[in-house]
Design a protein around this ligand. Structure first.
Ligand SMILES: *Cc1c(COP(=O)(O)O)cnc(C)c1O
Length: 423
């Protein structure tokens, strides 16, 4: 097939998928600066794993790790430890793997059994926590929730025992964008460790908040300022504002990265270390991340994140003022989850389907364990959802809702395609 035809053949299919920027539930970056785009395209062929050959690339990676470790208030060190990953999922798996190795080493030294590790987390955690437990054969102790932003510390701690490799906390949850109270978990877990002689630490999944809270609420102690927080992941491709392919795992200090995970490669006299799950991958995301940090700086990130919060609050105010919706998010982060107030004759899926008719993709999903069946909707106020977009969205929501209200119940479920959209 001629190249032009091949390109068209693929692009036409992409066009049918809808508009990236109208996917309201997605956390990942849809647009970058024109010069970042140039930088990315010019360096697409460079493999991140070829560090010894490209020492500047490797140096930039270390500089970014240092910046993030400092941003997350890691104890002062000459060299910080961390890894660029494909996203938060890889970072979470890698982080928990290191917790597991550290737990094993301590147990083995005492001659204790290491055959049944477990990991404890709240059901508000992302699906990749399940993946870790499944792929790495660790028992999953997932504690159900009793409300959309519930974080049941008592029950979580009741599930911690000598075989617990780590406890999880999430900032912001994928469901409502809630910020789990890590500070409370830290204090309660310190007490439990002291009482029992365990040495269980915390992995903080800061996939979205890691690039928000340090700028919008720098005094909130959720990071390495808490002694039991040993590893943190963040998605560079969410509020780090890089296109999908960028995550980070940051270790509190050297002792948290288990040596058994580190591979050293030497080439041309230089020695580099690698501890990621995959081998070859692009390095463009690294340059894109570096570009954003240089270009925006702390002040710039703060400005962007405050804008996102402003738009989220603007939208939440519209919902609250209406008779029809109820906001479920605490709005510490620019994520708004909501549901219908009362019991309308139409469902969330009918509504999402109406919105899709106008190209808006509004996700409808269930709350997790113990609250299944409770349907909610979510809008993530990414930097590209501007004030104008927020108002366009709300206008469309109002008019589509009105149409649904005026639709006869019998008509709602006709196979005219009303059965709805959602994921
Ligand atoms: C997005 C997200 C993940 C998964 O991260 P990827 O970057 O998509 O791999 C994990 N946890 C939370 C809280 C998330 O928001």
């Amino acid at each position: 097939m001629p190249a032009d035809d091949a390109q068209l053949y693929i692009q036409q299919q992409m066009d049918l998928d809808g508009r990236l920027t109208l996917d309201l539930g997605s956390f990942t970056t849809t647009r970058m600066h024109r010069l970042a785009n140039e930088l990315i395209v010019e360096n697409l062929g460079k493999n991140l794993v070829n560090q010894p050959e490209f020492p500047r690339m490797s140096q930039m990676q270390q500089e970014l790790v240092n910046m993030l470790a400092t941003l997350f208030n890691a104890p002062k060190a000459d060299k910080y430890r961390g890894a660029p990953t494909v996203g938060s999922s890889e970072a979470i798996m890698l982080g928990l793997l290191s917790h597991r190795r550290n737990w094993e080493e301590k147990r083995k030294k005492k001659g204790l059994d290491t055959s049944s590790p477990n990991v404890v987390f709240c059901a508000d955690a992302h699906i990749c926590w399940h993946k870790f437990a499944n792929y790495f054969n660790v028992e999953m102790r997932e504690i159900g929730i009793n409300g959309p932003t519930d974080f049941p510390i008592d029950e979580m701690l009741a599930n911690v025992d000598e075989n617990t490799i780590a406890v999880g906390a999430v900032l912001g949850t994928t469901y409502t964008g809630a910020v789990d109270p890590v500070w409370e978990l830290n204090d309660r877990l310190e007490e439990l460790n002291a009482k029992t002689g365990y040495d269980v630490g915390i992995h903080v999944d800061a996939a979205s908040a890691g690039f928000i809270l340090p700028f919008t609420d720098p005094d909130l102690k959720w990071d390495f300022r808490l002694p039991l927080v040993r590893t943190i992941n963040v998605s560079g491709h969410k509020f780090g504002m890089v296109y999908p392919d960028m995550g980070w795992l940051i270790f509190r200090d050297d002792s948290q990265l288990h040596e058994s995970l580190v591979y050293r490669v030497s080439y041309l006299g230089a020695e580099e270390e690698t501890f990621t799950l995959n081998f070859s991958r692009g390095s463009w995301a690294l340059y894109a991340q570096y570009f954003n940090i240089l270009f925006l700086g702390k002040e710039g990130y703060k400005e962007v994140m405050e804008e996102c919060l402003y738009n989220a609050n603007r939208f939440a105010a519209y919902l609250n003022e209406s008779e029809d919706f109820e906001v479920l998010s605490d709005l510490k982060l620019p994520i708004v989850a909501f549901k219908f107030k009362g019991k309308p004759k139409f469902t969330e899926r009918h509504f999402a389907h109406r919105m899709k008719e106008h190209n808006w993709m509004l996700p409808v999903y269930d709350l997790p364990k113990n609250m299944e069946g409770q349907k909610i909707m979510r809008v993530v106020f990414r930097p590209d959802i501007t004030e104008q977009m927020t108002d366009f969205l709300w206008d469309k929501m109002k008019s589509e809702l009105q149409i649904l209200k005026e639709t006869k119940e019998k008509q709602l479920n006709k196979p005219s395609g009303f059965e709805g959209y959602g994921h």
